[in-house]
Write a protein that binds this ligand. Sequence first.
Ligand SMILES: Nc1ncnc2c1ncn2[C@@H]1O[C@H](COP(=O)(O)OP(=O)(O)OP(=O)(O)O)[C@@H](O)[C@H]1O
Ligand SMILES: C[C@@](O)(CCOP(=O)(O)O)CC(=O)O
Length: 196
Amino acid sequence: MTICPAPLHLRLVLVFSGKRKSGKDFITDRIQERLGRGVCCVLRLSGPLKHQYAQEHGLDLDQLLGPGPYKERYRGDMICWGESRRRQDPGFFCRLATRGALQPVWVVSDARRLSDLTWFKSRFPQQTRTVRVQSSEETRRQRGWSFTAGVDDAESECGLDSGVEFDWIITNEVNAPSLEEQLQPILKLVEESAVL
Ligand SMILES: Nc1ncnc2c1ncn2[C@@H]1O[C@H](COP(=O)(O)OP(=O)(O)OP(=O)(O)O)[C@@H](O)[C@H]1O
Ligand SMILES: C[C@@](O)(CCOP(=O)(O)O)CC(=O)O
């Protein structure tokens, strides 16, 4: 396999993970707002997956991409569908999601498996940092989460529960330090990477 060098414009790859309704999209959107769309793009590994799944199954892509309950009806089947692609090629969705990303900071919102982290760390070893978002089950419940067997006890949700040393852990709870405060070290690193 040929490994392509990191694109010259790429300074930082922030790879986020966290359980359902921990707030990955909420936080990565805040980071993009802070940095601006010219500097920072949010890349979702589930983007190309949902795109193709929606096309093949005649589903509403916008709703699959959104935070509402619609996507939960299809989550189990989407996981199986995506895993059959990943078995043939573990980097399949990582490659598609990063294709054509021209900004110097990439924020990947939804790593779920060790193979996702390995893909970014092996391609962009200098640039990649990992961030875990965590919230209590109670908080996640208030945001619409309920335990689903086959999803919440499977690799899609548990693949990064152990064996990873994250560069940062963000606690997304009302009684935790503010997100503003917790995001400071990350935003500082962006500044040091001289993209602002
Ligand atoms: N700190 C916060 N303050 C207010 N609302 C929040 C906060 N964090 C998350 N939310 C809300 O909780 C819901 C779930 O958050 P979000 O979609 O970001 O989670 P997620 O981890 O991306 O979940 P999923 O894996 O299901 O996509 C959203 O409606 C979001 O707006
Ligand atoms: C099918 C899947 O990509 C859905 C992800 O949806 P979301 O990021 O939770 O909105 C999860 C997976 O790939 O295991």
